[in-house]
Design a protein around this ligand. Sequence first.
Ligand SMILES: [Zn+2]
Ligand SMILES: [Zn+2]
Ligand SMILES: [Zn+2]
Length: 142
Amino acid sequence: MLCENKLEKIRQNNLRVTDLLESIIDIFGKQSHPLTILELKTLLKKKNFSPNKTTLYRQVEKLSSIGILQESVFSDSQRRYCIVEEGDHHHHFYCKQCGHAEELPHSLCEKIHKVETQLKSRNFKIIKHSLEIEGLCAKCNS
Ligand SMILES: [Zn+2]
Ligand SMILES: [Zn+2]
Ligand SMILES: [Zn+2]
């Protein structure tokens, strides 16, 4: 269900829909955790794709620039990506020990938007907001 409108958007942005690109989207669509390029590469290998890192990086950057993927950077400085709906984004909890990351509830964004509205009413211009919660997951904390 997610694929068709995403592929349509890719075409609209003059990006060629290749088997590789379809597999990338398919992989992200099935992931609940954000992936690093390296993790993506490993998952692609299972589907018999072995693109070099630069190619893969370029594809992912493009998908991120047209709003299909969201980029997140946690304190280990690695870029991670996950799929988002158009015009949407979310925030994560990130475990510093095992790297587990999960989506935080959407109500968090709504609260931030309220603050943004207040700032806008004071004629401030909002460009973006970012917030990631880091710590230890239940498993690492026990
Ligand atoms: Zn995510
Ligand atoms: Zn953990
Ligand atoms: Zn937000």
